[in-house]
Design a protein around this ligand. Sequence first.
Ligand code: GTP
Ligand code: MG
Length: 295
Amino acid sequence: MKTGFIAIVGQANAGKSTLLNSFVRQKVSIVSPKPQTTREQILGVWTDEDSQMVFVDTPGFLRSKNALGDYMLKSIDNAVSDVDCILVAIDGHDGIDERELSQIERYRKQGAPIVVAVTKTDISQPKLLMPELAKLNGMEGISEVYCVSAKRNKGVEELKQALKKYLTGTEMYFEEDDVTDKSQRFAVSEIIREKVLLACENEIPHGVGVYVNKMQQNGNAWEIDATVIVEKASHKPIVLGKRGAMIKNIGIHARESIEKLLQASVFLTLWVKVKKDWRNNPSMLNELGYTNRGK
Ligand SMILES: Nc1nc2c(ncn2[C@@H]2O[C@H](COP(=O)(O)OP(=O)(O)OP(=O)(O)O)[C@@H](O)[C@H]2O)c(=O)[nH]1
Ligand SMILES: [Mg+2]
């Protein structure tokens, strides 16, 4: 049995979480077109007959502007230390820029082998991609470069198989049927946050936190009560929408996804509350779990 950890890092929106979900064939990390969707390390576990691969999803790179940003940066640093391989996701349709190259340079210092996954090849133009790939192939410190489309499931299996050779462990870290290290409660709060991100524009998504107040199973149904926290009073009416239409819509989509996750009926109640500047408030960050939640 070969086992080990593979950190997935890269710019915000590069497709890291989509790739992680594709590796483990289940949605364990939320996805949205908004940058900074992922806020902390999330493990996705893949076990087959000869290996256990633990993929570590991370927040995209950011310039931290508050305590939550500091936490997110710390979780990237944390994720790349002591892993068997660092998988750098680069958005193939966006092109490769200096930021990506300098980050690869930084990772080289960690000592783990670096593999590059050029993502979103389904929407990249081959003519523009070729010179970029040549740039990467010639770069010192990169062990391999793979092109994938996680959305179309192209190249993902090949990449996963190729990553097995970097595993250095022999002991299983998780049970055979585990897919993530996170709890159901965490998954529920993240699903609600994902639906808010998909529904809201501008700066609102960055200042949204979700707290699950109650999660109770009654027979084959779950009663869930959660609060969507916004950081400015002016954001509350936007998230609520005209006569509550927006939050109702968020609730409908969240409920559908949670029902899929829990394989049961769900009664979901959502509240919206303002907690001014919560991203800089240590006790709020703690309450929302941006410390060590989900375990
Ligand atoms: N067309 C296409 N879109 C993709 C692919 N992979 C990801 N996306 C889209 O790219 C956007 C960002 O995807 P995420 O997986 O959330 O990206 P991320 O790198 O985890 O982003 P952060 O957590 O914000 O750092 C979403 O809208 C995805 O649907 C792909 O293979 N093809
Ligand atoms: Mg992500």
